[in-house]
Design a protein around this ligand. Structure first.
Ligand code: CA
Length: 292
């Protein structure tokens, strides 16, 4: 890539994650999961405002009716960014101990998908869940290691999903009328030496941008051929997620983590946990909002 990666916020996030561009307000939402924070970054001013959620927060999405929806330790919730009031809506893992919600996004039909992972030594105790616009919650599948990036194809017929521990991106046929998925297959197999696939965005060409945790990079993958198309190097190893934003949706915002690094690692990568951006020769697409 010809352009340079720029540090926007030297945030030292423990687990920076979940970037999401709000094209109406022209701000970027993102989270620090283990510090229980939602951040609102305004590129016009450089201000990065922190909101206290009160429990670990895996991801943030916008609500069509206004305000935010979160996937928190205890399930799906709504959140008022002004009052910072959290209202729990549904917890499909109320019977499970040791898990928390992690990444998630809204589908083209306005449903909110998010999955879970174990706090300690994750293997397969997580699941993927869907909160519909009538606030009913549905288990999509269990047996998930670390539930992460999720996006939908531009024609709304395919869902792409990352369980980090599978070391791949899987594709599913997606029915936008019902929210049903079927026909699981591997779209991208990520090499072991490239880091672990984490958060994901889709661009206006239908290509996937995947953050590689432990791999110091974001890569553009072709989900039709499985081929690697581009690579962006970051000055930090724990690259967690990315999202297109900016007035023309041609800025790629990239989050990172400072967890699972020892003192020597942190000395080598003092910007770990920072929020980064790079100007792109590609455009993203607007994110979907929760319709309930
Ligand atoms: Ca993640």
């Amino acid at each position: 890539m010809a352009n340079a990666v720029e540090l926007l916020v030297d945030a030292h996030a423990l687990v920076g994650e979940g970037p999401l561009w709000d094209e109406r307000e022209q701000v970027l939402y993102w989270v620090d999961i283990l510090n229980s924070k939602v951040y609102v970054y305004d590129p016009a001013t450089g201000e990065n405002r922190g909101l206290d959620v009160g429990q670990h927060v895996g991801t943030v999405v916008l609500r069509e009716a206004g305000g935010l929806m979160l996937a928190v330790q205890q399930g799906f919730a709504s959140f008022d960014p002004e009052s910072q009031d959290l209202s729990l809506i549904a917890n499909p893992e109320a019977h499970v101990t040791g898990n928390r919600f992690n990444d998630g996004k809204c589908d083209p039909g306005g449903r909110f998908w998010a999955g879970t992972m174990a706090y300690e030594d994750p293997k397969d105790s997580g699941g993927l869940y869907r909160l519909d616009t009538d606030l009913s919650v549905h288990t999509i599948f269990d047996g998930v290691g670390i539930s992460n990036g999720i996006v939908w194809s531009l024609d709304h017929t395919t869902m792409y999903y990352i369980d980090t521990l599978r070391q791949n991106v899987r594709a599913y046929d997606y029915d936008n009328d019902t929210g049903d998925i079927a026909n699981e297959r591997v779209a991208v197999a990520v090499p072991d030496d490239a880091g672990m696939p984490d958060g994901m965005a889709i661009d206006a060409d239908g290509m996937l941008w995947v953050a590689h945790y432990g791999g110091s990079r974001v890569c553009r993958w072709n989900p039709h051929s499985g081929a690697l198309m581009e690579k962006i190097d970051l000055p930090v190893t724990q690259v967690t997620a990315c999202a297109f934003g900016g007035a023309n949706l041609d800025t790629l915002y990239i989050t990172s983590a400072a967890q699972q690094l020892d003192a020597a690692d942190l000395a080598r990568q003092p910007l770990a946990g920072g929020l980064f951006a790079i100007q792109m020769p590609y455009q993203g697409v607007p994110s979907f909002r929760f319709g309930g």
